[in-house]
Design a protein around this ligand. Sequence first.
Ligand code: ACO
Length: 337
Amino acid sequence: MEYAATITGTGSAFPEHRVTNHDIADRLAASNIETSDVWIRERTGIAERRFSTPGNSDEYNSSLGLAAAQKALEMAGKAPEDIDQIIYSTCTPDTIIPSTACWLQYKLGAVRAWGMDLNAACSGFIYGLTIADQFIRTNQVKTCLVVGAEILSSIINWQDRSSCILFGDGAGAAIVESAPSEFPHRILSSHLLSDGSLWELLHVPAGGSAQAATPDIMAQNLNKIHMNGREIFKIAVRTLTSFAMTALEKNGMTVDMLDWFIPHQANYRIIEAVAKRLELPMEKVLVNVDRYGNTSSATVPSMLDEAVRDGRIQKGQTVLLDAFGAGLTYGAILLRW
Ligand code: ACO
């Protein structure tokens, strides 16, 4: 017997604290760095984002992941003990060891599950969903919890006005279950690629084993995000478009057959440019970057959850998930809801 993977529940969670562009401008002004609400809105489409409160254990990465996972389980009608596998996508883990997957497994009481962290930056949820799909197709796993969660506020470089305006914290989760291979509501195909030669475009130079985060290193912000935004912008538009086309072509479909497009939420202008290249009307593009900023691997699952819960995504519709991230990493998944 052959199997397919179907998403039966979604969830998302964000910290309480809203940070507006005005708040960011005020914070930067204290260091004599200039920005404005108008500039951020016009260049990124972001109006506000959420930051977890440092030291608040209810807003640790794994705590947001827990809240998202519990909602996804509830939607799926499943209990924590039903989970066989946890794939936890994050580049801002609670701790280096243990993995955030293990923290979540413990907090959730998913006593039968094995779990691991996965770091593909903003493409992470799509990488995670692909892993779940493969384990389910080969009948190694019946029920998988895939989480994308980030506390990007912990690595924001407040000396760099082009990147500090972009990021936020949040989590999204999906319960992925086994179904017969021709089940209509399933993951149709997934497409992944990494290009490590472009590492320099978005990286955190120190804080890993190659370069420790000493006081001197931290004073230079080398344990924070360093980004070439202009270059990433161009690559993102090109690759999001090409991965979308690849996923559609693989399934013998055309853009007009798509009901919903969920791109990684990095910048509204990137999203708009991709939609234009695909000749896809913006009414079919799901966007939450205005309210949450770029939450890396949490953008795609939190957007999916929002649109499932508010009824925009309906059973039987075709949905394309599409992302790019630091690495660089790329990925797309076409699914029938
Ligand atoms: N406020 C005011 N001015 C600013 C700001 C700011 N916050 N940031 C940059 N500027 C200035 C620049 O200094 C520059 O001034 P200059 O012309 O005098 O040199 C001017 O604005 C234009 O700068 P650009 O970099 O060309 O601006 P752009 O329109 O490209 O917007 C941005 C910059 C928002 C970073 C954009 O390039 C972008 O979103 N890139 C993609 C970044 C991204 O997606 N990163 C996430 C990757 S995914 C992951 O894994 C996390």
